[in-house]
Ligand binder design. Sequence first.
Ligand code: SF4
Length: 472
Amino acid sequence: MEPTPVGRSRQYRTPVRRQQPAHRRPNGRRAVPSPVRRVLDALRDAERATRPEDPEVAAAHAARWEELPAGVRTASQLLGRRFTGCEGTHGVFPACNLGCEPCYHGKDANRVPVDGVHTVAEVERQMAYLRERRGPGQYAQLIGGEVSLLPPDAHAEALATMRRHGRIPMSFTHGDFDQDYLEAVVLAPDGTPRFNAVAFAVHIDSTMRGRRAAKQPRNEAELHDERARVAAMFEQLQQRYGIRSYLAHNMTVTPDNVDEIPEVVQVCRELGYRMCSFQPAAYVGDQRRWDEGYRELTDELVWSRIEAGVGRRLPFRALQVGDERCNRSTWGVWVGGGYTPLFDDRDRRDLPARDAGALAWWIARFLGRMATRATTAGLRGRRQILATTYVMHRFMDAHDVHRAWELLERGVAADDPTLRATQERLRACAYGMAHPESDRIVPACVQHSVLDPAENQQLIQLLPPRSRKNAG
Ligand code: SF4
């Protein structure tokens, strides 16, 4: 899952059509937001994100809170209080044209044709269900498979469908596409923007095979140019069309690349990625692509590498998303060369603001402090002030999920400590996928470990051969 940056809700509005981006200067040049302007924008977003909830959202939160195991109903818990959890699509375009080691998708995923008509219809079905169960304003990933295998119009229509159902969508991609594709997604045929802003999560790391620019990368450094190329494509959207973007960077962590995390953190910070998310490799998905040593990657080891990249301790216990064994997150702001977390779990002055629910006030005060610091320091350059979130999300091994889920389905609490822990994590899951046909939302771990193989078989039967040509 991709935990939710505080203060980002509602910044992605419904599609608009306009001839000239409003913030363009008369000479046609882009008005680059100043650092102070960025802080004011962030303040506005934070204030909106923390307005009193509407009754539908409040009811969805209350229901989510009730579902959580007692052990995670803590003062720091965001699920059921600030949001109901991240959401992701499934069975909409399972195929991918790169090969990851590991790959969380079933071995038959690439036999499912990419079909834009199917994608949009299935997104509609899943999002309508999520809207009903979880209310509006929730974060949802358009994820497969590889989203850029969709025809651009289908990709755009899927995003518009998600927004129509009150989701805040993020396209999950390997990023191995060109500017032309991106523009075809975000621009209508007449050249006007379909969206004010877009969000993409870009998975780039050395576990991936077949990328055009680096078919078999030996290390993370060989991929920095790709990280820069992708970031530059989204900057072009802002400069040419006034379309803002939120870019997250995802990296699968293995024993081979764990020590390269600090370098990746620094490069992503320089390139302006707003979220840096790390997924320690798990034994899930296509068994042919598993390797040894994944279990050596302890939470402490991976998190310490992220901290080394940021250059400071990253407090993650002040705000929690679901179960700590699944997710660690730190929200904060870079000002010049230093990163300041929003909350410090060891600073007693921070916790009363959180516990009293005075989050809006606290964020406003925090960002105001940052603005003052930036102004005092005379920061003017791009990316001198950058709100950035650091995340670690640890999927579980399919073997454990299979057994734990089977017991949960029968209402049996596991005795075995490993399975009991797995059940606790599944019940506190922060990354759900909709199954309207069985009237439930299942954890992504269950989707990939238990449900994907049969679902892929059904899709292979369902989708007509013409779809094999990426029919839109
Ligand atoms: S249960 Fe699985 S999908 Fe859900 S938050 Fe934990 S690791 Fe992620």
